[in-house]
Ligand binder design. Structure first.
Ligand code: FPP
Length: 246
């Protein structure tokens, strides 16, 4: 069913090396069915599997998903608990298959507030999938881009204060090396589901030149076909990086 699009995007040219996704709309999806919000998040797990498979099929090298923001700690306790349980469930269910598919999972964010169950689960999946060569899957959990940039500034200041770094050497590359994403290229394509036109404190530094793609589709309805449509649209864009078209 998706072969036509897959074929099309292969013919069109460069597939984005790095795709980032703001997975939004789980709550609205549940509300539309008169279900509790956590069931929307639960349904969203299937879409995570879809985009992982889609990236493997299309040849995307890095997939970064916004799963839980630092601001999400302000949600009702019951919803936070449900999201943390879901993270554990996701890991228990997916770890073996991700490893078998060569997907290396990494967790980006400030993990101190995570309870022991979620913390053990994320440590486990990172260890068990380390070395995967097909796809880097970054799950942003308890993540805030501003906090990430502030952390990078603090790390650079500490190096300078300790005499390991000359402040005159602090440039964009030096900042980039202190971000959670240091080892990957910046995202080429940012997808946001559910129609909201916001960045929501996600990868503020790294998205400087990303192409933005917003779809009205709610996250639990998002499939690999939608991912391929986004990539085909990306391939039509004229990326100039501040230069003029050639
Ligand atoms: C935003 O929808 C989504 C989240 C806060 C959670 C995303 C989590 C998943 C997709 C679950 C599975 C994924 C992993 C990796 C465990 P929202 O609640 O803000 O929706 P709304 O805007 O419609 O209320």
């Amino acid at each position: 069913m998706t072969n036509d699009l897959l074929q099309q995007l292969r013919v069109h040219g460069a597939v984005p090396a790095h795709v980032a996704i703001i997975m939004d709309g789980n709550g609205r999806w549940a509300k539309g069915r008169a279900l509790p919000r956590p069931l929307g998040h639960h349904a969203g797990m299937k879409s995570v599997r879809e985009v992982v498979e889609g990236c493997l099929e299309a040849g995307v090298g890095v997939l970064t998903l916004f799963a839980f923001s630092q601001d999400n700690w302000k949600r009702p306790a019951g919803e936070i608990e449900a999201l943390m349980k879901l993270l554990e469930e996701y890991i228990a269910k997916e770890a073996n298959e991700l490893r078998a598919q060569g997907v290396a999972v990494r967790i980006l964010g400030h993990l101190d507030p995570l309870g022991p169950g979620a913390r053990n689960a994320v440590d486990r999946i990172v260890a068990e999938t380390a070395g995967g060569q097909s796809l880097a899957l970054n799950l942003c959990i308890s993540y805030s881009a501003r906090a990430e940039i502030a952390r990078a500034a603090r790390l650079l200041a500490e190096s300078a204060a300790a005499g390991r770094l000359d402040p005159r050497d602090i440039d964009e590359d030096a900042v980039g090396r202190m971000l959670y994403t240091a080892e990957w290229p910046d995202p080429d394509l940012l997808i946001r589901t559910s129609g909201e036109m916001r960045i929501s404190n996600f990868l503020l530094w790294q998205l400087a030149y990303a192409e933005l793609y917003v779809t009205p589709v709610l996250w639990p309805d998002f499939t690999r076909r939608h991912l391929f449509e986004a990539i085909v649209e990306f391939q039509r864009r004229d990326r100039r990086f501040g230069r003029v078209s050639v």
